[in-house]
Write a new protein. Structure first.
Length: 876
DNA sequence: GGTTTCACGC
DNA sequence: GACGTACGTGAAACCA
C-alpha cells in the first residue's frame, strides 16, 4: 500500500515562523521557522510513515493567477527577511534528509500538491496533505485527507470528507464556491462584499454551487443579499476561479520517484548542531556527545597530588566540583584551578588534607573567579570551610548581562563568547538515571577545562557588565547578596516536626471524611485528585454545566468550580478537599520530607539567577509560597519556630513597594501625593477611578480598585483583570482607562517605556538591571502585547526587587556592626523574616524598618511594617 | 521521565 | 475576529 505525504512547504514555514518566537543560534542566524518546520516534519514522518514524500514550495512572486487578477495577494506583506533567510536552510535540511522538494515557476505549492494528489488517487494511493491553509480542504476525497495546523505547529486537525462536512456542512469541492462568495482577505480575493461564511454556506446548501445561485438569483431570499450578489457576480466567479487549485499543473515529476526512506546522516546531525537543535538530535538518534568539537581542542592540565604554594596565585579561577543540585547535601568531588601557571585538578583527598590549600580557600586577599559563589560557599560551609576572596561570579554576571538566556550553563556562556573547549556538566556527567562519574583522568580534564574557561571569561564578562552600566549592580549588590543569601540558606529555619505531624493527622482525618462524603454525593468512588475522573463525574454523570474546557477535557479549576457553587453541594466539598489536599501533600508532607537530617532545620535554595525581573525564587523547598490568605493554611506557619529557646520570630514587610516605585518612576503627582500623605492606596484609587469621596468608597469599589492596582503591578491584561473580577473585558478595559485618566504621569510612563523598549530592545530597573524584549516589534498581536505589558511591568517589579536586595545587604552589615545575634532567615519578595533573642526585639523594631526604608531614596517614602511572635504565624 | 492540571505565594 | 495572556514552585495523575 502506497502512502504519499505532500507538504505545503511555504505555508508550513510561514506558520512556524509566526508561531514560534524568533530563535537564533550563537551566530545570529534565525532558526525558528526551520525548527518548527523540522519538528512538524519529524512528527509527520513518525505518525504517517509515508512511502512517498514531497515538499512543495511556492515559486517567485507572480503566478498564473495574476493574469486573471493582478491584485492577487496584493495586500500581502513582504515576507520578512528573518523568514526568507531561513528558506534555503529548510531546503538544505530536506536534501540532507533525502526528502524531495519541488517548485514550479508561475505555480503555487497548492497547485503542485493538487496535481500530484489527483495523480496518486488515479493510482489508488492514499495521500495526506499537510498545510496551514484551509483552501487545501477542496482536495479532500476518498483517498486524500488534509492535516491542518491548528495552533502552534505540531498540533494538527485531520480532515476527511466527513470532517469537512461536519465543519462546513458542504462537500469538500464546494470550498471553492465558498471562497467565491466569501473571498479571502489574506490572498486579497474579493468575493461578494457583505457575504461571509454563514451566508455563503446557507446559499450553497440551498443551491449546491455558486453557478447555480446565479442561475436562479430570484430564488435567493432577502432583497439586500440579492442586490449584492447581482452587483458582484463577475467578481464572485473570478474569486472562485482564483481559489480553485489547478489539478492539471504541468508538474514534471514522476510520482514513483518520490519514494522516501528514512536515513539520518552524520551531515544532518552536523546541521542540527550548527542550528543548535539539540532536542532534535536525540530524536534522530544522535545523542549530543561530549565528543565533537570540544575534545578536539586540547587543554593541558595536571592532576595535583601535592599542593605547592607556587600554584596558589592571588588571581585564579576556582571550581568546586559537585554533582547534586541541592548543595546542602553535596559531596565534593574535587576542585579545578586555573591561573597563569596552568590548569589543574585537585582531587578532594589532596585538597582536604592540604592545610595550604584550605587556607588559600579561606584567604580574603585572593581574587577568585568562581562559577557560582553561593553554591561553592555553602557546599564548603557544610565541610567547615569559609570560602573567601571571591572576586567574580560567572553565573551572576551572565544573568545580569541577559537574564533571558535559558541556561547560565558554563559551556553555553563560554560558547556564546567563542570559547569552545569546555563542555556542559549535563553532557559530561549525563542526567537523571544516566548520570555517572567518569574515571579520574576524564574528570580532571573536564574540571580543568571549566576552570580555564572561567579564567578566560572573566575579563569578557566584566567588560560587558561595564558597557551595560551594571558593574555597580554586580559588584556592590548581587555579589555581596550571594553571601548574605548563602548565610540564610546555611543557617536554615527551624521547624517543629511535631506541630506538622499533628496537623497532618488532623488533615488526614478530615480528608477521609470529605472523600467519603464526596463519593456518596457522586454515587460512585473515584479519584478526586484526577481532573479527568472528576470532570467525567461532574459534567457527564451529574450533568453540571460545562464552563470551560482544557485541551484535554473539562476544566475543573477553582474558578470553574466557584461558578458551579449552588448547583450541587458536592462542589463546596470538592473545593474544600482540594484546599486541604494541597495543604497536606505540598506543605505538611512536603516540608517533612525536606527537614535536614543533620540540623533538623529547613534549608531552602534561593535561585539568584533565574527570574526575568530580578526577583529571587526559592526551591527545595519553596519557602516563598507558604500559605497565608486562608486561615487553615496560615496555620502551617505555626510550625516555623526560632531555633533557640527564648528567641522570637520577627517579620518586616514593605507596604505597597511596587506602587511606590511606580509613583517614583512615573513621577505621577497624584500618586506621589497619595503616598506622601500615607493614604490607603486602594481606597485612594477607588476614589479616583469612581469619582467619589473617601467616605463613599464601598467595599466593592475598593476591591475593584485593588485588582486594578494589582494588575498595574503585575502587568496583567484587560482580560486578566476581567477574569479576576468576574466582569467583562470591556468593563475591565474601561477601569484601566479611568485609572490612567486619574494618573496621567502613569499613562505617560506606560507610553514612554514601550517606546523606549522598542527603541533600545530592552528595559531597565533603577539599578540598571536589564530585560530584553525582542518581541516588542512582533507582528503577532499577542506576542507584542505581552512584550508591551512586560516593558511596563519589569521596571516596577524589578526595581522593587533591587530595593529589597539592597536592604538585605545593608541589613546583614548592620546586624554585624551592632553585634546582634539575630539571624535573617527568609525573604519573600517584599518581606524579610528573622529570628532573634527576645532582648534584641526592641532593637530590631527600630533598625529593621530603618534599614529597609532607607535602602534607596525615592520621590516617595518607603514604608515598612514589622511584627514578631513565638512562631512565624504569630509574627503578624 | 515528560506533560498536564491544579494551587500556593507575591 | 481570534489569538491567550504577571512570575515562580511543586504535587498528582497520566501517558509512554
Amino acid at each position: 500500500m502506497k502512502k504519499l505525504v505532500l507538504i505545503d512547504g511555504s505555508g508550513i514555514a510561514y506558520r512556524a515562523f509566526f508561531a514560534l518566537p524568533l530563535l537564533n543560534n550563537d551566530k545570529g542566524v534565525y532558526t525558528n521557522a526551520v525548527y518548527g518546520f523540522t519538528t512538524m516534519l519529524l512528527k509527520i514522518i513518525e505518525t504517517e510513515k509515508p512511502t512517498h514524500l514531497l515538499v512543495a514550495f511556492d515559486a517567485g512572486k507572480t503566478t498564473f493567477r495574476h493574469k486573471t487578477y493582478k491584485e492577487y495577494k496584493g495586500t500581502r506583506q513582504k515576507t520578512p527577511p528573518e523568514l526568507s533567510e531561513q528558506l534555503p536552510l529548510i531546503r538544505e535540511l530536506l536534501d540532507l534528509m533525502g526528502i524531495q522538494h519541488y517548485e514550479k515557476d508561475q505555480y503555487e505549492a497548492d497547485d503542485i500538491i493538487g496535481t500530484l494528489s489527483k495523480q496518486a488517487q488515479q493510482k489508488g494511493w492514499t495521500t495526506k496533505v499537510v498545510t496551514g491553509d484551509k483552501d487545501l480542504l477542496q482536495l479532500v476525497d476518498d483517498k486524500v485527507t488534509v492535516s491542518l495546523t491548528r495552533k502552534g505547529i505540531t498540533d494538527m486537525d485531520d480532515y476527511d470528507a466527513a470532517k469537512v462536512f461536519e465543519r462546513y456542512e458542504i462537500e469538500p469541492i464546494r470550498i471553492i464556491d465558498l471562497k467565491g462568495f466569501m473571498g479571502d482577505s489574506s490572498d486579497n480575493i474579493p468575493g461578494v462584499p457583505g457575504v461571509g461564511e454563514k451566508t455563503a454556506i446557507k446559499l450553497l446548501k440551498q443551491f449546491g454551487s455558486l453557478e447555480a445561485v446565479f442561475e436562479d438569483l430570484e430564488a435567493v431570499s432577502g432583497k439586500k443579499l440579492k442586490e449584492k450578489l447581482e452587483a458582484n457576480q463577475d467578481q464572485a466567479v473570478m474569486s472562485k476561479q482564483l481559489a480553485t487549485i489547478d489539478i492539471h499543473a504541468p508538474v514534471d515529476i514522476e510520482l514513483d520517484r518520490l519514494t522516501y526512506q528514512q536515513t539520518f546522516s552524520q551531515e544532518l546531525s552536523e546541521l542540527f548542531k550548527e542550528l543548535e537543535f539539540s532536542s532534535l538530535l536525540n530524536r534522530i538518534g544522535f545523542e549530543e556527545t561530549i565528543a565533537g568539537e570540544s575534545q578536539e581542542i586540547e587543554v593541558k592540565s595536571e592532576v595535583l597530588t601535592t599542593i605547592e604554594d607556587s600554584l596558589l596565585l592571588k588571581e585564579s579561577a576556582l571550581t568546586v566540583e559537585i554533582l547534586e543540585e541541592n548543595y546542602h547535601y553535596a559531596e565534593i568531588l574535587g576542585f579545578g584551578l586555573a591561573n597563569e601557571k596552568g590548569c589543574y585538578f585537585v582531587p578532594k583527598d589532596v585538597a582536604f588534607s592540604s592545610e595550604r590549600f584550605k587556607s588559600w580557600l579561606q584567604d580574603e586577599t585572593t581574587r577568585k573567579i568562581v562559577y557560582d559563589r553561593k553554591r561553592d560557599r555553602v557546599a564548603l560551609k557544610w565541610q567547615g570551610l569559609e570560602l573567601k576572596g571571591v572576586h567574580f561570579d560567572i553565573t551572576l554576571a551572565s544573568y545580569l548581562i541577559d537574564p533571558s538566556e535559558s541556561n547560565h550553563d558554563l559551556a553555553a556562556i563560554a560558547k556564546r563568547r567563542d570559547i569552545k573547549y569546555v563542555y556542559s556538566d549535563e553532557a559530561f556527567y549525563g542526567k537523571g538515571a544516566k548520570q555517572q562519574i567518569p574515571d579520574e583522568d576524564k574528570l580532571a580534564d573536564h574540571v580543568a577545562r571549566k576552570a580555564k574557561a572561567m579564567l578566560e571569561l572573566e575579563p569578557l564578562l566584566a567588560e560587558e557588565l561595564e558597557e551595560n552600566h551594571q558593574s555597580s549592580l554586580f559588584y556592590e549588590l548581587e555579589m555581596p547578596l550571594a553571601d548574605v543569601l548563602g548565610e540564610m540558606e546555611f543557617k536554615g529555619v527551624d521547624i517543629s516536626e511535631t506541630t506538622l505531624k499533628d496537623m497532618g493527622v488532623e488533615l488526614n482525618d478530615k480528608l477521609i471524611q470529605l472523600e467519603k462524603h464526596i463519593h456518596a454525593l457522586a454515587g460512585t468512588e473515584f479519584n478526586i485528585n484526577s481532573p479527568k475522573q472528576l470532570g467525567e463525574i461532574l459534567f457527564e454523570k451529574m450533568n453540571l454545566p460545562v464552563i470551560k474546557k482544557t485541551k484535554t477535557g473539562y476544566s475543573t479549576s477553582a474558578d470553574v468550580l466557584e461558578k458551579l457553587q449552588g448547583h450541587h453541594e458536592i462542589i463546596d466539598k470538592i473545593l474544600e478537599y482540594r484546599q486541604l489536599g494541597k495543604l497536606n501533600s505540598t506543605y505538611i508532607e512536603g516540608l517533612l520530607k525536606v527537614i535536614h537530617p543533620k540540623t533538623g532545620k529547613i534549608h531552602t535554595l534561593y535561585r539568584q539567577a533565574l527570574t526575568q525581573t530580578g526577583r529571587l525564587s526559592s526551591t527545595d523547598p519553596n519557602l516563598q509560597n507558604i500559605p497565608i490568605r486562608l486561615e487553615e493554611g496560615r496555620k502551617i506557619r505555626k510550625a516555623f519556630i526560632p531555633s533557640k529557646k527564648d528567641w522570637m520570630m520577627f517579620a518586616a514587610d514593605y507596604s505597597q513597594i511596587e506602587l511606590r516605585v511606580l509613583a517614583h518612576i512615573a513621577e505621577d503627582e497624584n500618586l506621589i501625593k497619595a503616598f506622601k500623605e500615607d493614604m490607603d492606596i486602594h481606597t485612594k484609587t477607588a476614589m479616583d477611578v469612581f469619582g467619589v469621596a473617601e467616605g463613599e468608597v464601598t467595599s466593592l469599589m475598593r476591591r475593584h480598585a485593588k485588582a486594578v492596582n494589582f494588575g498595574i503591578v503585575y502587568g496583567i491584561s484587560d482580560y486578566g483583570l476581567s477574569q479576576s473580577l468576574g466582569i467583562t473585558r470591556k468593563e475591565a478595559g474601561e477601569f484601566i482607562e479611568k485609572y490612567l485618566d486619574s494618573y496621567p504621569g502613569v499613562r505617560r510612563y506606560m507610553t514612554e517605556i514601550v517606546q523606549q523598549a522598542k527603541h533600545d530592545g530592552y528595559v531597565t530597573t533603577l539599578l540598571h538591571r536589564r530585560r530584553y524584549l525582542p518581541e516588542i516589534t512582533s507582528r503577532n498581536f499577542n506576542r507584542r502585547s505581552f512584550a508591551e505589558r512586560t516593558a511596563m511591568n519589569t521596571p516596577i517589579q524589578g526595581s522593587a526587587a533591587d530595593i529589597i536586595k539592597l536592604a538585605m545587604v545593608s541589613m546583614a552589615e548592620r546586624l554585624k556592626e551592632e553585634q546582634l545575634e539575630a539571624n535573617m532567615l527568609l525573604q519573600v519578595h517584599d518581606e524579610l523574616i528573622f529570628e532573634a533573642p527576645k532582648h534584641e526585639i526592641d532593637r530590631l523594631k527600630i533598625i529593621v524598618p530603618e534599614v529597609m526604608e532607607n535602602a534607596k531614596a525615592l520621590k516617595v517614602p518607603l514604608k515598612v511594617e514589622a511584627s514578631y511572635g513565638q512562631t512565624w504565624y504569630d509574627a503578624k
